[in-house]
Write a protein of this length. Structure first.
Length: 99
């Protein structure tokens, strides 16, 4: 119980969560901790980190190539939102530099 509340507090203090979703967050954290305790935790999917060459090739005058689906977009904002990603999560997932 203490670990669940500590994780939830830390997450909420660094991320915006609507009040209506806090209960779901706590249940998800508790469920995840229980599955780890029972040894049935599933591994997170592994995403390949982009190489410097792939990063250079993904930036073109016509648009940006998404590492999520390989398609070209003028901007990635709407595309990333449709996949539930923020810019920081996208950069972290594919090992992209901040710029």
């Amino acid at each position: 119980m203490e670990l669940t509340s500590a994780i939830a507090t830390a997450y909420i203090s660094h991320n915006f969560i609507p009040r209506s979703d806090i209960d779901d967050l706590i249940v998800a954290i508790d469920r995840g901790l229980r599955s780890i305790e029972q040894g049935s935790a599933t591994a997170d999917p592994v995403f390949p980190k982009a190489t410097p060459t792939q990063i250079r090739k993904s930036i073109n005058p016509d648009g940006l190539v998404s590492f999520v689906d390989g398609k070209r977009y003028r901007t990635l904002r709407r595309h990333l939102r449709s996949h539930g990603l923020s810019f920081d999560e996208y950069r972290l997932r594919y090992g992209l530099p901040h710029d």
